[in-house]
Design a protein around this ligand. Structure first.
Ligand SMILES: Nc1ncnc2c1ncn2[C@@H]1O[C@H](COP(=O)(O)OP(=O)(O)O)[C@@H](O)[C@H]1O
Ligand SMILES: [Mg+2]
Length: 250
């Protein structure tokens, strides 16, 4: 849903609001609690943001906004929602990560660790020269990164018209290899976490990303490979999961 649509819903008289408008309204109030506003304010200062332009995506665990810096550069602002996040899943991923010795028992603290983990993983991936949004700042449950897209966010690769699927596949493979060389495995890679922009794939959503030291890293690498191979098979790309895994780790 785009911001204008959401705003129109908010401006409707109370008795004219549809079930959907009311639903969005509730979510909005839940996303912007004092804690989140405080963090938002901090990242806005840190990364020189002028304001939020609109909602790019409203998910169960995170809301992504488009924002713009004072000098006119577009940014994506990802706000993790504490209430609706999956404590158990986050806990299991953070537990095996050598970067985070103590796994927080408090939900808010765990979400902060989760957000910080995405920030750190994006830094590694960017440094490895993979095609990912560059992270700019994080505070608590809020993360600022490069915005991929034009006026609106870029489409997910599953919804995009892919110019040359064989090439796109190997571009993803190359990025996975670059990350692997820097000891990073995405761990949640699929057509749902790859954007397609300027005729090439861009990998996003790195909170689950883990270091090779994590006991499950190889298992997750295989799963990532399997998802990517399966998606591209529909377009006639013939590489197998084993070939992709080998390409990445050799
Ligand atoms: N850097 C970005 N630039 C443009 N759009 C983005 C960016 N990051 C996320 N999005 C949009 O927000 C959606 C959700 O982001 P994602 O990081 O996958 O969070 P989650 O899947 O945990 O809700 C993406 O599918 C994409 O449409
Ligand atoms: Mg995602």
């Amino acid at each position: 849903m785009k911001f204008e649509e959401f705003e129109r819903g908010l401006m409707k008289p109370l008795d004219k609001r549809t079930e959907k408008d009311r639903e969005w309204n509730k979510i909005w109030q839940k996303v912007f609690d004092h804690y989140t506003l405080h963090n938002l304010f901090r990242v806005m200062l840190k990364s020189n943001l002028e304001g939020l332009e609109g909602v790019v995506n409203l998910g169960k665990e995170a809301v992504v906004f488009k924002a713009v810096t004072r000098d006119g550069k577009p940014r994506a602002v990802k706000v993790y929602r504490v209430e609706t996040s999956n404590f158990k899943r986050m806990h299991d991923y953070v537990k095996g990560d050598p970067r985070f010795q103590n796994v927080p028992k408090n939900k808010r603290k765990l979400v902060e660790t989760w957000c910080q983990k995405e920030y750190k993983n994006l830094l590694i991936a960017k440094k490895a020269r993979a095609h990912v949004p560059k992270p700019h700042a994080s505070s608590g449950n809020v993360l600022v990164m490069d915005f991929i897209g034009g006026k609106f966010g870029a489409p997910l690769i599953k919804d995009a018209e892919i110019d040359d699927p064989e090439q796109a596949f190997w571009q993803i493979a190359e990025d996975m290899k670059r990350m692997y060389r820097n000891e990073l495995v995405h761990s949640d890679l699929s057509e749902f976490n790859i954007l397609y922009w300027k005729k090439r794939p861009w990998i996003i959503d790195f909170a689950q990303g883990m270091l090779l030291k994590h006991p499950k890293a190889e298992e997750f690498l295989e799963r990532d490979c399997s998802n990517v191979v399966k998606f591209f098979r529909k377009f006639g790309v013939k590489a197998t999961k084993e070939e992709l895994c080998k390409f990445i780790s050799s």
